[in-house]
Every structure is written in C-alpha cells, then in structure tokens.
Design a protein around this ligand. Structure first.
Ligand code: ADP
Length: 468
C-alpha cells in the first residue's frame, strides 16, 4: 500500500516537474529565438533598404557589406542581379523565389546543409515580365545551429532532470512515508492488542456469570466466588478502556492540557496519602523526600495520573518490607521527580520495552494476579511527561535490584508543550527509546538492592486508574 503511494507521489511530482520545466524552457527558448531571429531579420531589412536605395540612385544595386555575417542580394527586374558568390546556390534560390506566392516575407531556405534566411519583397508587377522582386539573403547556419544545440541541451537536461527527480522523489517520498508507515503498523498492532486485551476479561466475565446463571437456585453468597471474579474483571475492563481512551486521545492530540500553577510537593503528598493504606497492607514503606514546595506550571490531573502510575507500579512490584521513595528536586529551570523502589526490579533486556503499549514483563504472571496490569501505565506516564515538555526514564540494575523511574519536567511546561507534541508523534511510531535520561542510578540517586528474589505476587488491588 505504501509502496504504491510512494510511486504515485513520485509520478505526481515528476509530472508537475515536467510541466513546469516544459513551460519554463519553452518560454525561455521562444524568447531567445525570437530575439536572435529578430536581429537576423533586422540585418536583412537594412540590407534590403540599402540595395533598393542604391539601385534607385545609381541604377546599379549595391550596398556596403557589413562584414560577417555576409548579406547578399538578388534583384529580379528585367534581368537578374545577384551578389551571391556561389552560382549554384544563387540559381537554387532564384528558382525557389520564382515559385513563391506571397506579398513579402521572411523565408527559410536550406541548400547543401547550409541554412539561409531570405527577405523576399515583390515589386510592382510589369506586364509580360514575370514577377519582379528584391531579396536579401543571409547564411544564418551558425545561428540556427546554436539554437538547435540549445534545444538539444534543454531536452537532455530535462530528461536527466526528470530521471533524477523521479529517483530522488521516490527515495524521499519513501523516507517521508516511513513515520506514517510505522504509525500505521503501530496502529494496527494497537487495535489488535487492544481487542485481544478486551476479549480476555470479557470472556472471564461471561464464563463466571454463565456459572452463576446455571445455579439460579443457589444464594448470592454461594456464588460469591464467580461474582467476585466477574466483578474484578469488570473493574479491570473499565480501567483498560479508560487507559485506551487516554492513549487514543493523546495520539490524536484531542487531550487538551489545562495549564495551572501546581505545587508538586502538595500533589506528591496527596498521592502518598491515597496510597498509604495500600502500601501498608502490603507491608511496603512509602516515604516522601520533598523538602520544600516545588512550583511548576502543568496539568494537575495528568501529573496526578503520572504519579499514581509510578507509585502504583513501585508498590505493586515491591516485596513485603520493601521501601518506596518519592522525591522531587528542583534544579534551575526544571524539576526532577523520581520514584524509587527496592522491589522486583526489571531485567536489563526488558528495560527499553516497558514503555511499549501492552508490554508487561511477564504477561502470564500478571494475568494470574489480582493486580493484573494492562501494560499501558508507563505508556501513559511517558505521554504525560512528554506533553509537559519533559522526559521519562527508567533504570534498574536487574531482577531483584529495585527500580527507579525519573521524570524530568520543565518548571514552565506550557512553554515546552509544543515540541513535546512532536516528540509524542515520534513516540507513537513505535520507536521507543528509553532510558531517555541519564541513568537515575547515579551515586546521588542510588538503588539499594534489598531483596534479590523477584516475587510473583504483588498484592496491590486494582487501584491504578489514576483515581485510587
Ligand atoms: P502495568 O499496568 O502492567 O503495570 P506498566 O506500563 O505500568 O503496565 O508497566 C509495564 C511493565 O513494566 C510492568 O508489567 C512491570 O513488569 C514493569 N514495571 C513497571 N514499573 C516497575 C517497577 N517499579 N518495578 C518492577 N517492574 C516494573
């Protein structure tokens, strides 16, 4: 489909080029030719006037030669006078002029490979004497040859130009279509993944409700297990649809951000408050390291969503007794928000894929769990960061060595929001490049390996939809 499109684009540009080139070169050639021929005709006319004047004054036609190019004349008036040195050529021209039927014109004449321009002026006709005339003749082979050469050059340059334009046009259009091709493929994958992800909970709900309906004589309590399953999957479905909607809107740029001054510290403390109970239930310590208010301009709801995703992941993938630290630090005109845990960690080979949509490190594992991630959280987090003109990076020393996610945001995100849109477009082409930041595991932000064993039972309930 894209190959055909790029061929069509190339053909279109080539046709346009041919039309433009033809019009331009035809116009230039016509102007030049008319200018040159005008000069030749002016010399013939001048010679004609001289010949006529001298013939009238002296009875003998003559005119001072103007040198090169030489102009000759023929007078046919009761005899033929001519100044053409080549008698053979003279008789050929005379023959041509005798058979002419015109009231006076410029003629082109070719003999022995040479080209001549002739001004033919008929005189008043004498009875029984044939048609008297005066003609001035000039050998303009050189001029005609130059014009012909010019025509050849124009056609050759045009042909090469069209060939080159077709080649370059094809390569360029192919290259220009690449992001669209990638986005298209990505879109197809996204739709396929989304329908697959939607089908799973729907099937679970259907089968569990099916069981309940088969036992209509039993109490609700007796069917609680099936109802619970259906309910839990319905919640997961709702979260999935919500996430998909967010991503679809972000892709089509139909998700306007509501810029307002925000205190990040206050926002972090609020999300910490929301997650405290969940973390406690899991035996994870949630601590905040934001020494002072950090004011930025951003979209409060989206940044809240970003924090929820990161904290939810950190708690979800931590073991009992684990520790999650949220810190925000300001440096010059940007702030660095980092969420660090000492939990399960991520294998190095998976680090650059966790921002992919629907990517979960171990899909089979997450399906079994109550937390059942959709694999969309970090994609949304990346969108939020980039829509604010910021960047997001993830770092882990490997399985069992904890994870740190770092978000770099400009203080005035609104000013950076436009370029972020473009980056978002790039990002949606599937070319995910993370970690985007310098390693957050630098000495000033170390990850302390705590529990090397990667647990498979994160026990955070379905609270990852941005509003726990
Ligand atoms: P999910 O909704 O499944 O959590 P995300 O996009 O948020 O989807 O995360 C993608 C994957 O990245 C998760 O399945 C998980 O395996 C891995 N991941 C994200 N954050 C962490 C973390 N703090 N610790 C360990 N693994 C993580």
């Amino acid at each position: 489909m894209f190959r055909g499109l790029s061929i069509r684009l190339t053909l279109l540009s080539v046709v346009l080029l041919v039309i433009l080139y033809s019009i331009t070169s035809f116009a230039v050639f016509a102007v030049l030719r008319s200018y040159v021929m005008h000069g030749v005709d002016a010399q013939l006319r001048k010679a004609y006037l001289n010949v006529v004047a001298s013939a009238l004054e002296t009875g003998i036609p003559s005119f001072g030669t103007t040198g090169s190019p030489q102009v000759s004349y023929i007078i046919s008036y009761g005899g033929v006078f001519d100044s053409i040195p080549d008698s053979e050529l003279a008789s050929q021209i005379e023959h041509r002029l005798q058979n002419i039927d015109t009231s006076g014109t410029y003629l082109d004449f070719t003999a022995s490979g040479e080209h001549y321009r002739i001004l033919f002026v008929p005189l008043v006709k004498q009875p029984h004497k044939g048609q008297p005339y005066v003609a001035t003749v000039m050998d303009d082979s050189q001029t005609v040859h130059i014009l012909q050469m010019m025509r050849v050059v124009i056609v050759t340059v045009g042909a090469f130009g069209v060939f080159g334009a077709a080649l370059v046009g094809f390569i360029l259009s192919d290259r220009m279509l690449q992001p669209i091709r990638r986005a298209w493929t990505r879109q197809l994958e996204f739709v396929a993944d989304a329908s697959h992800e939607l089908r799973t909970p729907l099937a679970v709900i259907q089968s569990n409700l099916g069981i309940v309906m088969e036992h209509t004589d039993e109490s609700v309590e007796a069917n609680l297990e099936w109802l619970n399953n259906a309910h839990s999957e319905a919640r997961r479905l709702s979260k999935l649809v919500q996430d998909l909607l967010t991503l679809a809107r972000s892709d089509s740029e139909r998700m306007p951000l509501h810029w307002q001054p925000i205190d990040l510290r206050e926002l972090v403390l609020r999300v910490q408050e929301l997650y405290e109970t969940i973390a406690e239930m899991k035996g994870v310590r949630l601590q905040v390291d934001v020494p002072q208010p950090v004011r930025i301009v951003g979209d409060r709801d989206r940044l809240h969503q970003l924090l929820v995703i990161l904290i939810d992941n950190a708690v979800k993938f931590s073991n009992e007794g684990g520790e999650v630290t949220i810190s925000v630090h300001q440096s010059r005109n940007h702030v660095i928000l980092s969420v660090k845990d000492n939990g399960l960690g991520i294998a190095k080979e998976n680090l650059n894929r966790v921002f992919d949509r629907f990517f979960t490190v171990d899909p089979s594992r997450s399906r079994e769990q109550s937390s059942k991630g959709t694999g969309l959280g970090l994609s949304i987090a990346r969108w939020v960061a980039e829509a604010h003109g910021g960047r997001i990076g993830i770092w882990s020393e490997g399985i069992g060595h904890g994870t740190t996610v770092r978000v770099d945001l400009p203080i005035n995100s609104k000013a950076f929001a436009q370029p972020a849109k473009n980056r978002l477009r790039d990002a949606s082409d599937g070319s995910v490049t993370v970690p985007a930041l310098d390693s957050p595991g630098t000495p000033d932000d170390p990850v302390t390996p705590d529990d090397p064993a990667r647990h498979h039972e994160p026990s955070v309930p379905d609270e990852t939809d941005g509003e726990p």
